[in-house]
Ligand binder design. Sequence first.
Ligand code: PGA
Length: 245
Amino acid sequence: MMVQMSQRKPLFAANWKMHKTSAEATSFVRELLSGPMPDSSDYLIAASFTLLSGLRQVIGESPILLAAQNMFFEEQGAFTGEISPLQLKDIGVTHVIIGHSERRHIFGESDELLNKKLLACQNYGLIPVFCLGETSEERESGKAAETIKNQLSLGINGLNAATVENMIVAYEPVWAIGTGKTASPEQVEEMHHLLRQALPDTTRLLYGGSVKPDNSEILLTLPSVDGFLVGGAALDPATFRQIFQ
Ligand code: PGA
């Protein structure tokens, strides 16, 4: 298989969303680590808060990176039900998903709030996986490009160059998440091209939205795609492996 990749190291990220008990999380990692994990790529698991400490132990010195799926921007205080950057750092979490479409659309997180969360990542040395993407209405009304450009510029406003160079950006069209509808290679290239113009060369740009073993190979040949953020297909270690292998 000839796969043309960009110069940035590919990253394959599993977003488990609100799935898995601790026993299931442990068995996923053990199964994944029982096969080859070539160091030509990076691997990341984004898990529920309750799983992170346990996963930190199971992951150990393996090449898997550990992410939370959300966090608040304050270090501590009267914010019932929230989790802070300090608490994530404390248990060895290195990455955080910020602005996933489910946070934006189900929980109403605004661009302004997400910017505060990204600034908090910068202050605490956590690497953000910053998600953005247009809804089907925005696409149908010709506003897809404008939407993602705004989400990016409002999100990264005030971040320093080093943070932006190291962060990960995931383009996830809302209409493709969990729907089985993947964006076409042309759509992904067009949107990634727009984002790339506003980002330094080193920032990794992932695609997410119904990535499966049967569509990942073609998407990975796109020069603008540095890897994937995978939801449903990353709940099973064998399927996740098929995507990166
Ligand atoms: P999906 O989810 O792969 O199930 O579409 C992707 C995501 O929400 O990150």
